[in-house]
Design a binder for this molecule. Structure first.
Ligand code: GLY
Length: 318
């Protein structure tokens, strides 16, 4: 059995490519790298890689991670500027026993000295978003909530598992701000003996619950990925509301080492992508029912067309 699961519709084309790698008996890490790079390279996705929205000083700072479920090695970068594929840098950092999580200037020095491709990641379209947002906010800079991390978990035919994430983080974030995506246990976790999970949402809240690790722990206790996702997301959402009066957006995907998958969210209409040996790459939408239970619907043609039209529609300066 092989399989991949990813947050958001934006992962679809990447998952198609990654699933092909797995179908041809390729390595799980190669499949994930192909898939995440595809999302990073598409300039119309404004929260990952090229075209990602900048911080409040109009600089694109990117976070990414990679984790090997066999050895539990992970690599991560935070607040990296001017490199084309942060996920590749994160994967490379897994090989060491120390210095696995590098941020800012240190991460850029590493990437530069190891030959990773440099690229100005701020697009004209992202600049227009920034300028429009600045005008809307009348000088009061607040992070914009619309931000979508791509997070993936995959299983190859030899039973190896891995996970990867990539994001530009919160739009209008403070320079140097990191979210959950490069943080092991929060934005991602994977163990080939059990399964893996990955998160998208408000990093500041996701990190309070180490929710990716928590889902893997529940799977290790014998839960199906769906049961684990629903339990962890629902209970933590309730707990945040009880203790803090509110909970940020939080959506999790998971897959176990049998290729069974799950997803839970505290928002309505969260999209995610699944591909397995028995299921072509498919976009699902997740809706909350009673007590954190989820209902899934396959995205229809109209939804898919509207999605791409909205992402690529011409943008004008206000
Ligand atoms: N979940 C991505 C972030 O908060 O940066």
């Amino acid at each position: 059995m092989y399989g991949m699961i990813a947050t958001w519709r934006m992962a679809l084309e990447g998952i198609e490519k990654g699933a092909q790698v797995l179908k041809e008996n390729g390595n799980v890490q190669d499949a994930l790298e192909v898939a995440v790079c595809d999302v990073e390279d598409f300039e119309y996705y404004k929260s990952v890689g090229y075209g990602g929205l900048p911080n409040r000083e109009e600089e694109v700072e990117l976070d990414a991670s990679f984790m090997d479920g066999d050895t539990l090695a992970f690599g991560a970068v935070g607040a990296v500027k001017d490199f084309a594929n942060p996920v590749r840098i994160a994967r490379s950092l897994m090989q060491y026993d120390a210095n696995n999580f590098l941020v800012g200037n240190g991460a850029e020095k590493y990437a530069s000295s190891h030959g990773f491709e440099r690229k100005n990641m701020l697009t004209e379209r992202a600049k227009i978003h920034y300028e429009n947002r600045l005008k809307e906010m009348n000088d009061e800079l607040k992070p914009y909530s619309g931000h979508d991390t791509v997070g993936m978990v995959a299983l190859d035919q030899d039973g190896h598992m891995a996970s990867a994430t990539s994001t530009s983080g919160l739009f209008m974030k403070h320079p140097g701000r990191l979210g959950d995506s490069p943080v092991c246990g929060s934005g991602f976790y994977v163990d080939s003996f059990v399964g893996g999970a990955s998160a998208t949402g408000l990093g500041e809240d996701v990190m309070k619950g180490c929710v990716s690790y928590e889902i893997v722990r529940c799977m290790k206790d014998g839960m199906h990925p769906q049961e684990a996702c629903e339990k962890v997301v629902h209970q933590f959402d309730e707990e945040l509301k009880r203790r803090r009066g509110k909970a940020g957006d939080m959506s999790l995907i998971a897959m176990n080492n049998q290729g069974e998958w799950g997803c839970a969210t505290n928002i309505d209409g969260f999209s995610f992508v699944v591909a397995t040996q028995t299921c072509q790459p498919t976009v699902y939408l997740a809706y909350r029912e009673e007590n954190g239970k989820m209902r899934f619907a396959e995205a229809d043609q109209a939804w898919m067309e509207n999605y791409m039209q909205t992402r690529t529609a011409p943008l004008v300066r206000k």
